[in-house]
Ligand binder design. Structure first.
Ligand code: BES
Ligand code: ZN
Ligand code: ZN
Length: 499
């Protein structure tokens, strides 16, 4: 797997390069590269013309033999990437380089980013390469790792700027890969306590403050959502808090991320069918996104307070598991009827949302693999976003910057009728119709007063079944980590004016 350590930034002219593979990316209307060798420049230009005229439908790859300074040349174009453009197409094109390198067992790749638009592309290239080189191979007897040296050739006058951009992009992509590791890990290993351990490690590594409430403290403080859901498991629940406090605060705004951390979702007594149930080891993807977004945020040091909260529990079938029909009182005093024990995410999130209020958050974004209905509605590539219009729009914009798509879904007040009962304040299920919206409406009951809130349903996007964009392997995508970092780093103004 590639990390920043595999990268080197140079300003060598093309004619002096010494590499296994030189890569030229045609960024359609922009120019990323500069070539001071006429013959090579002509070849590259002719190739790009062919791509434009649709005479060449794929990458152009040529070999010059072992004795040449540049052994192979790859010309690729973002115009070849279907459905995506801009930096997202660059990420995808860069991740495809990983396959070429693997195929030819190359040791060093040099990517030309010394043209006028090379600087803006450089971050996306690093991101695509790092995300594209991800493998979850720890359980394989024979591991085939991807490790090669990457030289990014940049304009000498922009070297420092590009270096900073590449470092930030690499840091974020590496933390996305760490989130993917956490989500891919089977539930026997990635228990609620293991998640707490991971949070403690993040805190140690980055200077964040970490607080973990174990089952005894949860009982003492009546965090009944976590206790009800986690009661059926021998791996007891945890409430995990990571706090980031900036050295200089420019605003009273305080953003809290709240993640669903169901380490395995059997459905509980309302048990799920066997087919594909194993995917429910990834039902803590929201929590993984929160923890690793916090890790990246701590290192990028924005000027706003940010808190990450994870509600972690395992939803099992057991003598102590909650039964359908149970009623418990949530932290804010509202009673909840458990109609369906498989609608467990919203139960533990009541505790996370309440804690966000206790922490003094002004803005709350919760993130959860919450409903199958969201996958039915939006598919595997788009997440659902509900709640405050402006906050949702900010999340959609941040997602656009990083290549993560969200679609604004409504919270129709009239559907609250479907969650009403005569013997409890709110039902945890209102049936299948509009289930992502009902889940959102349920959560709305538990949002602390005077906070601005948005809810993200990542049930479809958190886990992919086959190669998707720069996610070269199936499994966890780390979806929402990059959005959250962008929300905090590039949209601070939204929170400043809102606070
Ligand atoms: N973890 C599931 C949602 C899910 C489904 C995530 C598929 C990823 C892929 C959640 O806890 C769940 O089971 N939700 C139920 C809610 C229903 C009982 C109201 C659902 O969506 O069917
Ligand atoms: Zn469930
Ligand atoms: Zn679940």
């Amino acid at each position: 797997m590639l990390t920043m350590q595999n990268f080197e930034i140079s300003s060598q002219p093309f004619s002096q390069l010494k590499t296994d593979l030189a890569v030229v990316i045609d960024f359609v209307d922009h120019k990323c590269y500069q070539i001071d060798d006429n013959e090579a420049d002509h070849l590259v230009n002719r190739t790009i013309e062919k791509v434009k005229d649709k005479k060449l439908k794929g990458d152009f790859f040529t070999s010059y033999g072992d004795t040449a300074n540049i052994k192979h040349l790859l010309v690729t174009s973002t115009g070849l990437i279907k459905y995506h453009d801009g930096l997202e197409a660059i990420r995808i094109a860069a991740s495809a380089i990983v396959s070429t390198v693997k195929r030819f067992s190359l040791e060093k790749v040099t990517i030309l980013l010394n043209g006028p638009d090379g600087e803006q592309a450089a971050g996306a290239v690093a991101e695509g390469l790092i995300l594209g080189s991800y493998l979850f191979n720890k359980y394989l007897k024979e591991k085939e790792d991807v490790a090669f040296q990457v030289e990014l050739v940049v304009n000498p006058y922009e070297k420092e700027k590009v270096e900073a951009r590449v470092k930030a992009a690499a840091l974020i992509a590496e933390t996305v890969n760490e989130a993917r590791d956490m989500v891919n890990e089977p539930s026997g290993i990635m228990t609620p306590e293991a998640m707490a351990q991971a949070a403690r490690k993040i805190a140690r590594d980055t200077g964040l403050k970490c607080t973990v409430l174990d089952e005894k403290q949860l009982q003492k403080h009546e965090y009944n959502g976590l206790l009800s859901v986690g009661g059926g498991s021998s791996n007891p629940p945890r409430l995990i808090i990571l706090q980031y406090t900036p050295k200089k605060t420019e605003t009273d705004a305080h953003l809290a991320f709240v993640g669903k951390g169901v380490t395995f979702d059997t459905g509980g007594i309302s048990i799920k069918p066997a087919k594909d149930m194993w995917y429910m080891k990834g039902d803590m993807a929201g929590a993984g996104a929160v923890l690793y977004a916090m890790k990246a945020i701590a290192q990028l040091a924005p000027s706003m307070r940010v808190t990450g909260i994870v509600a972690a529990a395992e939803n099992c079938v057991d003598a102590n598991a909650q039964n359908p029909g149970n009623i418990f009182v949530a932290k804010n005093g509202k009673s909840i009827h458990v109609d369906n024990t498989d609608a467990e995410g919203r139960l533990i999130l009541t505790d996370g949302l309440f804690r966000a209020g206790e922490e003094g958050a002004t803005h709350i974004i919760d993130v959860a693999t919450l409903t199958g209905g969201c996958v039915v509605a939006l598919g595997k590539e788009i997440a659902g976003a509900m709640g405050d219009d402006n906050l949702v729009q900010t999340i959609i914009n941040a997602g656009q910057n990083v290549g993560e798509k969200y679609w604004h879904l409504p919270l129709p007040a009239e559907y609250n009728e479907l969650l009403k009962l005569s013997f409890a304040d709110v039902n945890n299920s209102g049936g299948r119709w509009g289930s992502p919206l009902l889940a959102g409406l349920f959560l709305q009951n538990f949002v602390p007063e005077n906070t601005t809130w948005a809810h993200l349903d990542i049930a479809g996007t958190a886990f992919n079944q086959s190669k998707w964009k720069y996610y070269q392997t199936d499994g966890a995508t780390g979806f929402a980590v990059r959005t959250f970092v962008d929300v905090v780093v590039n949209h601070t103004d939204f929170f400043k004016t809102a606070a």
